[in-house]
Design a protein around this ligand. Structure first.
Ligand code: ATP
Ligand code: MG
Length: 646
């Protein structure tokens, strides 16, 4: 796990959009002359109906930011119409069904028709500029149509992940005061049907202001129907005109609300606006993924997460790219599905999360090696720190040691990539997200708020506004100020900790809440987890602190074995020795609990706050677990914890 291991920029990236020299020049200019830099980017990347009076105005202590005030544009026009002269026939979206036999290609011309028809349906149901629309759909093309149709008429979408419970859905519909919901009869994942419409019915029982529910029929199984409220998507769009002029929107008009995944508490309705968001989405997509004309790009995230918003829909389409959307799961029909899809659609760029990489790694290399994957040129990750072990596997086995990996650090609140390698410009260090994107000014702060100089560790903050910055928490601006702008005056506080090494690379150590303080030594839970998963029998680990009489905090490890591995008499001692060797004797685990599964959010992130409670044996205050992918995991962990104490 050497932090000095470097993968050089490969030869086939020497002609990338951004070379080392260009990165230096552009980054420097973006800091020295942000107004000039962003004005140039705005002209290069977007089409405007009206130009701006000012590039940026912001005030962090009030949580305010305005980009391109006075300007007007439309997001759906930028993602669709302006490409038509050149790309009407080019595929905009490739849809791969849960069923491996089924897929579909949607051209830019088709996309325009679908989006306009749906936009006209929304209008016919009284949706106007500024109204909120809830989208609760599977990973089907209609999810992208729905987002773009809202953008076309100036409605604000709130996409709620299709795996959320009726309760979680209801809370989000009410919080955003949505009046119209777009859903499907059922979604299909891994061959199993999920009753989306039935969930909506339960949620809407408590949402009297929702007057319309548009239903896409996917499985065509019988579902309850509320006359007057429920409308069949297909019947409705089929009679609509395929022409719907895009609404000219102010740069700062809201584009969408998106609730964060809730790893750390009550979900927040993060609000993003039109111009700044789209600009940085388009720029990061082109530069981070070094996207080239005609390439096929696949991001495995769900559209219910910000990654799906920015890097399945807005970033790719704004660049006129071909974006693949996958309805299913990586392990159905078997753990080779992703690589089958890569071969089937000749995917060039593949973007996924460390949790998915570890899960596939645990199933063995054969599922990967049976495929060709020669179309792949670049790999990416997002969501949490990637442990170098998984990085190396992804690089060596999936990418045949040929494809660079861009590790992208960002948040729902940042809207787009903030720290990332650029494949033609950055020598890669596995486990480091490397350098700030253009215009992003970072600092690491000490406890007392002073800035760490040079190499060192601290709280990761951003020093100045960036275009795709969160504008407010819907309905609660004070919460925005309290959460992000009050901890350290004059900075945006990310909530994450990081280390900067002597070469200036950033290493995210995890959420600040996840930092351990063992006998006065601070270390990130991610470091201990990375050490544990080096053991060939270990698939995944989650580490939390717990109160310890002598050390202040002890190290509590939840460890999941590889599929075919078993606990033998030595394993515990081997793991302790491993942590001691990799990090130091101070990092020796105090407790190791074997965990058949870990509590994860629907986007695959470990909910450490729950694990902390279990480690502390405080089972009564687990808090909100409605956003967990599989709540039964928690019961098992509690049962085992209780029997460990007996
Ligand atoms: P909530 O804010 O509701 O608790 P969340 O933080 O999990 O949920 P996201 O906005 O999806 O919701 O995740 C952003 C966080 O994910 C970052 O703050 C960071 O902790 C982690 N993260 C994302 N990408 C990376 C990465 N490449 N390396 C390290 N950590 C990452
Ligand atoms: Mg967060």
């Amino acid at each position: 796990m050497s932090k000095n291991l470097v993968h050089k920029v490969p030869k086939n990236f020497h002609d990338a959009h951004i070379t080392p020299q260009k990165y230096k020049e552009m980054y420097q200019r973006s800091i020295d002359d942000p107004n000039g830099f962003w004005a140039d980017m705005a002209t290069e990347f977007l089409d405007w109906n009206q130009t701006w009076n000012r590039v940026v105005d912001y005030n962090f202590s009030k949580g305010q930011a305005q980009w391109f005030s006075g300007a007007e544009l439309n997001v759906s026009y930028n993602c669709i119409d302006r490409h038509l002269p050149k790309r009407a026939k080019q595929t905009a979206l490739i849809w791969e069904s849960d069923n491996p036999e089924e897929s579909m290609e949607i051209s830019y011309a088709d996309l325009k028709t679908e989006v306009c028809k749906l936009a006209n349906t929304l209008k016919s149901r009284g949706v106007k500029k500024g109204d909120r629309v809830c989208i609760y759909l599977p990973m089907i093309p209609q999810a992208a149509y729905a987002m773009l149709a809202c953008a076309r008429i100036g409605a604000v979408h709130s996409v709620v992940f299709g795996g959320f419970s009726p309760e979680a859905l209801k809370d989000r519909i009410l919080d955003a005061d949505c009046r119209l919901v777009i859903t499907a009869d059922e979604s299909t994942r891994g061959g199993k049907n999920v009753p989306l419409k039935a969930n909506v019915d339960k949620a809407l029982a408590h949402c009297p202001d929702v007057h319309t529910c548009l239903v896409v029929k996917c499985t065509h199984n019988d579902i309850p129907w509320v006359a007057g409220r429920d409308i069949c998507y297909r019947d409705s769009v089929s009679v609509m005109s395929a022409d719907c002029p895009p609404e000219s929107m102010a740069a700062e008009d809201p584009l969408f609300i998106l609730y964060t995944s809730g790893s750390t508490g009550k979900p927040k309705g993060v609000l993003h606006t039109t111009a700044g968001y789209l600009l940085q989405a388009a720029m990061t997509f082109k530069y981070t993924f070094d996207y080239r004309e005609g390439e096929v790009y696949w991001c495995t995230a769900d559209v219910g997460w910000v990654t799906g918003h920015t890097y399945i829909v807005y970033g790719p389409l704004c660049n006129g790219a071909t974006s693949l959307m996958f309805e299913g799961v990586p392990t159905y029909p078997d753990a080779g599905r992703c690589w089958d899809i890569v071969d089937k659609h000749k995917v060039n760029i593949f973007y996924t999360a460390p949790t998915a990489i570890r899960a596939l790694q645990a199933q063995g290399d054969e599922f990967v090696s049976r495929s060709d994957r020669s179309s792949l040129r670049l790999l990416g990750t997002v969501g949490e720190p990637i442990n170098p072990e998984a990085w190396e596997w992804y690089h060596r086995v999936v990418g045949d040691a040929r494809c660079p990996i861009v590790d992208t650090w960002w948040q729902t609140e940042t809207g787009t990539h903030m720290i990332t390698a650029l494949p033609g410009a950055t020598d890669l260090k596995p486990g480091s997200a490397s350098f700030p994107f253009f215009g992003v000014q970072l600092a690491l702060l000490n406890e007392d708020g002073s800035e760490v100089q040079g190499a060192g560790s601290g709280y990761l903050v951003v020093k100045s506004s960036w275009p795709s910055q969160i504008r407010t928490i819907y309905g609660d601006h004070q919460r925005l100020i309290d959460t992000y702008f009050s901890t350290y005056e004059g900075y945006y506080f990310t909530g994450d900790g990081a280390t900067r090494d002597a070469d200036g690379y950033y290493w995210i150590t995890g959420r600040v809440d996840d930092v351990l303080n063992v006998s006065g030594h601070r270390m990130g839970t991610a470091e201990v987890e990375s050490a544990l998963v080096l053991h060939p029998k270990i698939a995944e680990a989650a580490v939390v602190g717990f109160p310890h009489d002598i050390k202040g905090q002890g190290i509590y490890c939840y460890v999941t074995l590889m599929d075919n591995a078993e606990v033998d008499g030595n394993l515990r001692a081997e793991l302790i020795a491993l942590c001691s060797r990799e990090i130091g004797p101070i990092a020796k685990p105090d407790v190791i609990q074997w965990a058949p599964g870990l509590p994860k959010t629907r986007s695959g992130k470990i909910m450490r706050r729950i694990l902390r409670k279990i480690a502390e044996s405080d089972m009564d205050s687990l808090g909100d677990i409605t956003t967990l992918a599989d709540p039964t995991v928690v019961d098992t962990l509690i049962k085992d914890r209780i029997s460990m104490m007996a």
